[in-house]
Design a protein around this ligand. Structure first.
Ligand code: NAD
Length: 246
């Protein structure tokens, strides 16, 4: 499905990013595996991709820094030749009720989830416009669609990702580039592992499919949006949430 394509996945050392990188490779893509912080997870992801017979490049960039993102795009294009698929996955949470939320926590979440996505979208757009093809897929969240108590910063960022997706989809439609988002619900990763048991049960009771999602559930939706089969879909946000957002 993705034979001959080159993908760049941000935050691919663990969780949804890691599973997305592996899934894109399983469908035939070569993958640049971005990380910030520890390199080990990204190296493991890359090793698994190489074991499938695909090319993999481990590339450092803190997506909150535009210079890092610019250097990352150059490094990937120099090493792998082009970028056909960008997956903006890197994200963090800093939850607290709005009345207690610090400016620092607000800025940190906006910087990573929103501004980091903006930098990478901008760089991918510039590169994909030249070859008149490409797929940009960003990981938003159900929280950005319907809001969530204790996540004012995260909801603002993830709603912003949906807004940027619609904007860029319109800007790039005539250039053969599609721009979409996925909005995962409650997915079993390190991000949700620390939730107290009572909160987990409360969330589970709101999911019609009665289970947490897996990183693979999200990765398969991303792979579909990256595929030729999704060529007539742009500006959309696909909820991967077990029906939570119905
Ligand atoms: P995770 O914490 O396991 O993974 C996040 C990844 O982003 C990590 O690899 C981390 O190193 C990377 N990252 C963080 N800041 C970065 C930066 N500045 N530069 C580069 N990389 C950075 O969590 P996850 O659940 O796999 O989350 C992946 C994405 O899915 C995030 O955007 C998250 O907001 C979103 N999401 C997760 C859930 C869920 O339930 N787990 C639900 C909705 C949306």
């Amino acid at each position: 499905m993705l034979e001959g394509k080159i993908a760049l996945v941000t935050g691919a050392g663990r969780g949804i990013g890691r599973e997305t990188a592996l899934t894109l490779a399983r469908y035939g893509a070569d993958v640049a595996v971005n990380y910030s912080g520890s390199r080990e997870g990204a190296q493991n992801t890359a090793a698994e991709i190489q074991a499938m017979g695909r090319r993999a490049l481990v590339v450092h960039a803190d997506v909150t820094k535009e210079a890092d993102c610019t250097a990352m795009f150059h490094e990937v294009e120099d090493a792998l030749g082009k970028i056909d698929i960008l997956v903006n996955n890197a994200g963090i949470t800093r939850d607290s009720l709005a009345v207690r939320m610090s400016e620092e926590a607000f800025d940190a979440v906006l910087d990573t989830n929103l501004k980091g996505t903006f930098f990478c979208m901008k760089l991918a757009a510039a590169s994909m416009i030249k070859k008149r093809s490409g797929r940009i897929i960003s990981v938003s969240s159900i929280s950005g669609v319907r809001g969530n108590a204790g996540q004012m910063n995260y909801c603002a960022a993830k709603a912003g990702v949906i807004g940027m997706t619609k904007c860029l989809a319109r800007e790039l439609a005539a250039r053969g580039v599609t721009v979409n988002a996925v909005a995962p619900g409650y997915i079993d990763t390190d991000m949700t592992a620390a939730l107290p048991e009572r909160a987990k049960q409360e969330i589970l009771s709101q999911i019609p499919l009665k289970r947490m999602g897996s990183a693979r559930d999200v990765a398969e939706a991303i792979a579909f949006l990256a595929s030729d089969g999704a060529g007539y879909i742009t500006g959309q946000t696909l909820l991967v949430d077990g029906g939570m957002g119905i």
